[in-house]
Design a protein around this ligand. Structure first.
Ligand code: NZQ
Ligand code: ZN
Length: 389
């Protein structure tokens, strides 16, 4: 294990009925006025909005609503939320939704108390948040990003065509309420795309040094087997509580920094997907599903200390009679088969990329990271995009 320091400031309340049981008491701790934030309206159809507002009223809270936070939240939407929070002098922000709502709210919590330009100072490049953002609580309605238990917030600057994420410990929510029955109403496509996002977060961490035995990789292997099993079960029966509750916690575990401890980490695929998103507004998990197998076909020969383990320990492939390289390649192809099995796209065309999309501009705009087994170049990223087309 490499050296590390670990802290996670978010207190988690997990399980069926947790919102009804704890929200009234929790929201009252931060003051009178709560800014209730949500997305495009799914919460009104599935009853979550009614349950949450009833709890807030029970606690005697005044509610200011901030709605319409779309997928891949924009900087403009963050500024709108910050204005509303300031005008109404809200005491806390309550994000009810998936990664987009939670991420937008984290950025709002910073912008609502900061006089400068948060894009320039904290998202365009890393900064130091040494002040207290507005208190934030989250209620998760879809499993995938793991945003509920980290300080990560991915924001899109539409003008600059840049989608970028930063993880500031000060942006961790004070509390996260996680009732996986809330996810029963998530449409199948969104469920599997969130599920693949979980798998991607784990793989982006796993496929990096150190390669010798370590606790983080052991947990990652167990989590990957779990995500595969639980996604299959939830596709069969969307109201399978065991599968849904596992997926919800797997999502959190993938991104609450625990499996990253002592690891170098990759996240090159995420960099590529984020820029695809900035140019095409494609779905995050679906974009990752298209990119991952092609990316791994490019790098597996450089990672022969880890890719064979993936094949054996995650996909249950017998190593007998196979070279390390064959085994590594088999693991990657198992991943590609699983993506097809669960119904995610396998080409950029399915994400809305057309012949007129400037793939070179997107490739050139990707950050190059060196966490995995080979550092990409912009030329190789373009080649990957072209192979995905
Ligand atoms: O907007 P509404 O109407 O609520 O519908 C949403 C949205 O259309 C729907 N949904 C959510 N809960 C539902 C539901 N529909 C029915 N029933 C429910 N219970 O799901 C759709 C997608 O929601 P969204 O929040 O956009 O999805 P996701 O959780 O995948 O978040 C994606 C965003 O998070 C970023 C992504 O880049 C993307 O911008 N990420 C954030 C990370 C982080 N903070 O750590 C890490 C990730 O790698 C990722 O980059
Ligand atoms: Zn992700």
């Amino acid at each position: 294990m490499n050296n590390f320091i670990f802290e996670n400031a978010t207190k988690v309340y997990f399980g069926k009925g947790c919102v009804k049981e704890y929200l009234a008491c929790l929201s009252g701790r931060y003051g009178q006025t709560v800014m209730l934030c949500y997305g495009g309206g799914s919460v009104k159809k599935n009853g979550i909005y009614d349950e949450v507002t009833a709890c807030l009223r029970k606690a005697g809270q005044s509610i200011v609503e901030f709605s319409g936070i779309g997928a891949n939240p924009t900087y403009a939407k963050v500024l709108e939320g910050a204005r509303l929070a300031k005008e109404n002098q809200v005491d806390m922000i309550l994000a009810v939704g998936g990664g987009s709502v939670m991420d937008c709210c984290k950025a709002v919590s910073v912008a609502a108390v900061y006089d400068g330009d948060i894009w320039t100072d904290f998202w365009a490049r890393p900064g130091v948040i040494d002040f207290e953002p507005l208190p934030l609580g989250v209620i998760v309605t879809v499993a995938g990003t793991g945003s509920e238990m980290n300080g990560g917030a991915v924001i899109t600057n539409e003008e600059l065509k840049i989608k970028t994420g930063r993880d500031y410990p000060k942006c961790n929510a004070r509390f996260a309420l996680m009732d996986s029955t809330y996810t029963y109403s998530v449409p199948k496509f969104q469920m599997v795309s969130g599920g693949f996002d979980i798998l991607s977060h784990i793989m982006e961490t796993y496929f990096s040094e150190p390669d010798e035995d370590n606790v983080s990789d052991d947990i990652s292997e167990a989590l990957m087997r779990g995500v595969i099993r639980d996604l299959r079960a939830a596709i069969q029966n969307p109201e399978d509580y065991t599968a849904r509750s596992n997926l919800m916690w797997e999502s959190t575990m993938a991104e609450n920094r625990i499996i990253k401890l002592g690891k170098r980490m990759d996240f090159q695929c995420h960099q590529m997907e984020h820029q695809l998103g900035a140019y095409t507004n494609c779905n995050h998990g679906a974009g990752l599903a298209v990119l991952h197998p092609v990316y791994y076909r490019h790098i597996y020969k450089d990672g022969l200390s880890k890719f064979p383990k993936f094949a054996v320990n995650v996909w249950g492939i017998s190593p007998e009679g196979k070279t390390r390289e064959e085994l590594a390649r088999t693991g990657v192809e198992e991943l590609a088969d699983f993506i097809r099995e669960i119904g995610l796209p396998t080409t950029l065309r399915e994400l809305g990329v057309t012949e007129s999309t400037d793939l070179k501009a997107i490739a050139d705009s990707c950050n190059l990271v060196f966490g995995s087994y080979r550092k990409m170049t912009h030329e190789e990223i373009l080649k990957i995009f072209q192979e995905c087309y």
